[in-house]
Design a protein around this ligand. Structure first.
Ligand code: HEM
Length: 485
């Protein structure tokens, strides 16, 4: 419907002939191109593209992106944005959509415990790679990178979430991966229905009951045991496991302290963690095998640091090249064409500092991928340069406040020019764990394996669907036991 208040905000179409309805219908195929075209035309402002049933407003300028990140929930709502774009309430249930205490647990307890739990994380990385890669002698072996990574990341994440032995149980791990796939499929189906019909069709569309039942069967005995020990011995009983189950129990309200409620939080944490981290590592491996000149410098760095400091989380902080490589890979391959989806919930709408007003109910987001590829923001932005952030740390460190520079160029640091984890109030709370896991995995790989691409110099093409950009799901990478020449 025509809304005269929006006339000042330009519409980006795929062609003059194509109507908005065609672009909305075709968004799963052409969304990324529309967003790139909009950014090229309006790099300083805000433009809109048609989605089925609503406009999507897209912010280009990092200055305005910062305003999205800083806006309070009562004005630009993160949770409202999730419900518009990814209706958790309908897909998973009202309890997890209305009470977000698990986010607090991840941001605080999980992150604080990363140092203490690092030996377990490292142990799981070594064990998982050994099991999954399985090399003999000096043979080269081709592995499908995304599924291989997913198997490893699911294990490593669950070492921290639920501990041994469940973190190695194939049925439990596969179920977590399946839960995410089912939810994503349901979401894609839901996109075709107008908002008012979604609550009615949700029970017919959503495939979640089977995977929730499998998770409940696997996790109930563990959760019941924890609850009964707490009852018997008090909340801080000796030998209490240091894992997500315990941390969630510390934060949960009384009505959430039961197996069915906790299982949803664990499934949701797996959902947030496994696919994102696996996609990031797979992209990094595709980058490494097409730009193999980065391998030896990272191997030298990891060998040297581990020899000096041992395998600790603090040692990872000294791996500037590995950190930089992963940050660069995320810059070029972040998994969203446009990120930080928010809903305007203030009655008077939201006014950006350039004077643009978005009315209540609008959906707005940041042009993440084009910002990452903008050469006025990142030098030679379309070129992969694995050590650019390590160099910037070294070059600027001497002249500026060292801590400031180091902090800004690290993998975990976010900003309006680097949106792989979003930025501002809702920047990914799991990024400290993700960065620790990814850096330890990459250090392990470069120290233990030689690598090459399946086809020399050819980077497997991404799969794009609407806002989502995923690494190629079938492409292989070749592994061999490290041979020092
Ligand atoms: C490379 C891996 C990861 C990437 C690229 C990633 C990316 C993101 C992004 C883009 C957001 C939304 C930010 C926004 O809209 O402003 C987000 C939110 C979130 N992520 Fe991550 N994430 C990763 C790993 C993880 C892990 C390992 C966990 C859990 C341990 C996690 C838990 C969450 C949660 C709970 C939220 C919602 C935050 C909120 O409600 O405020 N993520 N993540």
């Amino acid at each position: 419907f025509h809304n005269p208040k929006l006339d000042a905000i330009p519409i980006v179409r795929s062609s003059k002939l194509a109507g908005n309805y065609w672009d909305a219908y075709n968004f799963p195929v052409n969304g990324l191109n529309l967003i790139k075209a909009g950014y090229a035309q309006y790099p300083e402002g805000i433009f809109r593209v048609a989605r089925l049933f609503r406009w999507m407003f897209i912010v280009s300028s990092p200055k305005l992106v910062k305003e999205i990140g800083d806006a309070p929930e009562t004005v630009l709502s993160f949770h409202g944005g999730v419900e518009l774009n990814f209706p958790i309430k309908l897909l998973i249930g009202p309890a997890v959509a209305e009470n977000h205490y698990h986010v607090h647990t991840i941001r605080t307890n999980l992150t604080r415990n990363l140092h203490a739990c690092f030996p377990d994380v490292k142990d799981e990385i070594t064990d998982a790679f050994g099991d999954v890669v399985q090399l003999q002698g000096s043979e080269w072996k081709s592995l499908p990178m995304l599924p291989t990574t997913m198997a490893i990341v699911a294990r490593v994440s669950n070492r921290l979430f639920v501990g041994l032995p469940l973190c190695r149980d194939r049925t439990y791990l596969q179920n977590n991966v399946q839960f995410a796939l089912d939810i994503m499929r349901s979401r894609r189906k839901m996109d075709w229905f107008p908002y008012f019909l979604r609550p009615l069709v949700a029970p017919l569309i959503c495939d979640k009951d089977k995977t929730i039942a499998v998770a409940l069967k696997a996790l109930s005995p563990l959760i019941e045991e924890r609850l009964s020990k707490e009852k018997e011995l008090g909340p801080d009983y000796a030998g209490k496991p240091n894992d997500l189950i315990s941390w969630l129990l510390e934060d949960a309200e009384e009505k959430e302290r039961n197996a069915p409620s906790l299982v949803l939080r664990i499934l949701l944490s797996n959902f947030a963690a496994i696919h994102t981290t696996s996609m990031a590592f797979t992209q990094a491996m595709f980058d490494l095998t097409t730009r193999l000149e980065h391998l030896l410098p990272m191997r030298e760095e990891a060998d040297r640091v581990i020899a000096q400091e041992g395998w600790t989380k603090t040692a990872l902080n000294s791996m500037f090249k590995i950190d930089s490589f992963l940050r660069e890979s995320q810059r070029m391959n972040n998994n969203l064409a446009a990120a930080m989806v928010r809903k305007v919930v203030a009655k008077d709408g939201f006014m950006f500092s350039d004077g643009t007003v978005l009315p209540e109910g609008s959906m707005v987001c940041a042009a993440a991928r084009p910002i990452h590829y903008d050469s006025s923001i990142h030098e030679n932005a379309t070129e992969f340069d694995g050590f650019r952030f390590a160099r910037e740390r070294a070059e600027h460190g001497a002249t500026q406040d060292l801590n400031q520079v180091i902090f800004k160029r690290q993998m975990i640091s976010t900003g309006p020019d680097h949106l792989a984890f979003g930025t501002g109030k809702h920047a990914c709370p799991g990024r400290f764990f993700a960065a620790t896991e990814l850096k330890a995995m990459l250090a392990h790989v470069v120290m233990n394996y030689d690598l090459k691409a399946e086809m020399e110099g050819v980077r497997p093409p991404d799969a794009v669907s609407g806002l989502a950009i995923s690494p190629n799901a079938t492409a292989m990478v070749q592994f061999r036991k490290r041979i020092d020449l």
